[in-house]
Design a protein around this ligand. Sequence first.
Ligand code: ADP
Length: 725
Amino acid sequence: MSDAAPSPQRASVLFPMPLPEPFDYAVPEGVRVKPGDHVLAPLGKRSAPGVVWEVGPDDGKRTLKTLDDVRGGPPLSASMREFIDWAARYLVEPPGVVLRAVLRSPGALKPSPTETLYHSTGQTLIRLTPARRAVLDAVEQGPASAAELGRRAGVSASVVKGLAEAGALRAEEAPVDPAFEAPDPHKEGIELNPVQADAAATLRRLVAAGGFQAALLDGVTGSGKTEVYFEAIAELMRREPEAQILVLLPEIALTQAVTKRFKDRFGVEPALWHSGLADKERRRTWREVASGRAKIVAGARSSIFLPFTNLRGVIVDEEHDPTYKQDENLTYNARDLAVARAKLQGAVCVLASATPSLESLVNAEAGRYVHVVLPSRAGGAVLPDIELLDLRENPPEKGEWLSPPLHKAVAETLARGEQAMLYLNRRGFAPLVLCKACGHKMKSPEADRWLVEHRYTGRLVCHVTGFSMPKPKACPECGALESLIGVGPGVERVAEEARQRFPEARVEVFSSDTAQNGDDVRSIVSRMEAGEIDILVGTQIAAKGHNFPHLTLVGVVDADLGLAGGDLRAGERTYQTLVQAAGRAGRADRPGRAILQTWNPDHEALQALANGDRDGFLAAERMMREMLGLPPFGRLAALIVSGPDPAQLDEACQLIARAAPVSDGVQVFGPAEAPLGVVRGRWRRRFLVQAPRNVDVSAFMRAWMGRMKPPSAVRVVLDIEPYSF
Ligand code: ADP
């Protein structure tokens, strides 16, 4: 070997799996790798894909296995790797688990697929058969594949290839997926009113200041928050044409309506990222984000893990929305990660909401976020009147769920040719099925929950695990025939009542059962917009973000739902949901009305809602949390411990409890039964950790996890800042 030969390299490779740390490999002679490169490396008996995390000299002191191969694909940027390491520390997960969330798009690293397109060469042939002439005519409409040209001309694809051999057509390889086009930041938006213009100017100033900046865009429903943050996006792009911007939206908001607004404003549709996309579309978005070509991305919570190379702005729309909290493979709150990622990258972060979370409001108050307020609806629209309807004084008739005054309000609305929405956040027909002969209740065999009757499908469904079965003809307990009855209302039952009461009206159910994909959502939304539905009976899917100009009445069937239960944010959440639901009414020129049925009209969340007293409500909520040391004034973490055998589980929990580190001010509660006591044959217990704000709760949990040795059948899952409590 000559002196000039580069010294041998050692590469640490992180694999997208739950391993404690990156592993070291020798880099083969003649190959160079750098951090962020995608490689294949031997792991056990196979060759596994991973990402180079660090590169150093190979001192030869240890015999290392050698990398198998370097793969193509855009390398993960330094800022992306930094974010992965940060998120792993914060969430107390091995970095490989976060990497797995980043690389989630199947086959994303394969080269972009291409196809052969045929172009006209302009060369004229002396003798042309009719088939060849038809193909040459067809190519006038633009270059296309042989199959497509054959189809256009009504001839076989071989004619196209013949023409290429004869020189009249030229073949060229082109990517199958069109690249995302660049948005136009100079296109004019709608004319902002003075308050909006002020808000937009504030955001533009933040952009101009450069570096990490965060703002809370706090505006009532319909005040034009979207229009205002569009201005921030435009400013970011005008200052830096290569800037990438992520707009996080609650999953369900990712409808055509939103895409269309982006297109109207910036001339192109955003790149999309959500669970409804086909693999092919996910790959395309992933690749275009990683290469820096996709400039505006609109995505659901997991898009916070997309491999941006130059992320300059992150918008979190409806920042309070509980769908940002993911609770399956990796437990995180995308809103919190968005702020952290913006901070790491020195980007601008805008959190928008009509009902901001207490966390964000406290951050704004403390000066960590700039507070931008839009106090009224844009144009002439006014906020709906919100009335509490005391069910104790106005009980519904037997077998019904809507009280007489609500029936009357619906009738009046329909008579004016306007639309009504009945809101009930309960899917299906009845939340509980019991036997009227013996009282037996139908329980999910997989979770500690009742089975919900779905009448449209004739099935009983577990809403936790998705288990479902046909509704039995006889009670499984006492054998009585036709004795199982649904108790309590779901949207299907409310729709049935609406149809009986208003036989002329077109009634439709809008829930995740009737709208299973983007097309269904679009269809219901566009029929609602076109006035083809008179009464929409919907769950929270109907309450968010939509803009229905003819909707003037929102009836909330059960405003008390959600106030009970162990969620520390129950009051806040109810308040937010009801504001969102009520906010659907009267979005255009006609005033709206919201009627909330309740057995509990004195509850402070409902009182605040009816009186439009958000500040009063928040002040009370704040005081309660501050007194109890709950977020955002203290920190919480939860440990869910589960196992197939309750006795073994309890024993393991005792050991886990003893392993808890002792730390100033940190309190460990539990083990107690988890909010869902049994799921799919696994019993679940929970520990809660409460700590003062200045304590690094992640570090505490990491230390604890490191000291416990649960048996292999027992699983421990960690949740930083859990929602339920
Ligand atoms: P938010 O995001 O606060 O709910 P949007 O940005 O969706 O509000 O605006 C609500 C509706 O009002 C949209 O149809 C929007 O186009 C319209 N709008 C907002 N600002 C203006 C304005 N300055 N002039 C005219 N229409 C506006």
